[in-house]
Design a binder for this molecule. Structure first.
Ligand code: ZN
Length: 152
């Protein structure tokens, strides 16, 4: 599906995936606003650098699962294409549990070439962001770098 939209954030073995610090701040803020429900967003950028996010606009709300409706996903991917960005990954929150992939996470992820992020808000004072890559049906934790945005 939409091969020209799919990025390959893990393709460069010696380049750590980067995510913009501003994006991380927004994800934490928006994830907190969505509590007690899960929040999810699509992550986009170029190469191995995530520079923006698109919050899920699907109507479903849940505390232990997240899902994108077909139209919401396709609409967001069209937006990416217009901005000449690549789809690099997805992030969702775990409102009450650690940033460890659940059974539903394993069953629901179909884009192993993309990055899979979990933001745990179980400890309100200490949000925890983790990056995973799926290989052979299992998630592996990966290191990443938070990039400094220009300015502050
Ligand atoms: Zn999850």
């Amino acid at each position: 599906m939409l091969p020209d939209i799919l990025g390959q954030p893990f393709a460069h073995k010696h380049t750590k995936l980067k995510i913009d610090g501003k994006v991380v701040k927004r994800l934490i803020a928006e994830g907190r606003e969505a509590l007690p429900y899960e929040y999810s967003a699509l992550l986009a950028g170029r190469g191995a650098a995530i520079t923006c996010h698109f919050a899920n606009v699907s109507e479903t709300t849940a505390t232990d699962t997240f899902s994108w409706s077909g139209p919401a996903l396709i609409g967001t991917l069209q937006l990416l294409r217009e901005r000449e960005l690549r789809w690099l990954g997805c992030v969702h929150t775990h409102p009450r549990t650690p940033a460890i992939p659940s059974a539903a996470d394993h069953a629901g992820w179909h884009y192993p070439e993309l990055s899979y992020w979990i933001l745990s808000l179980a400890r309100p004072d200490r949000p925890e962001l983790k990056l995973y890559q799926m290989a052979g049906g299992r998630f592996f934790a990966r290191e990443f770098e938070i990039a400094n945005s220009s300015g502050r």
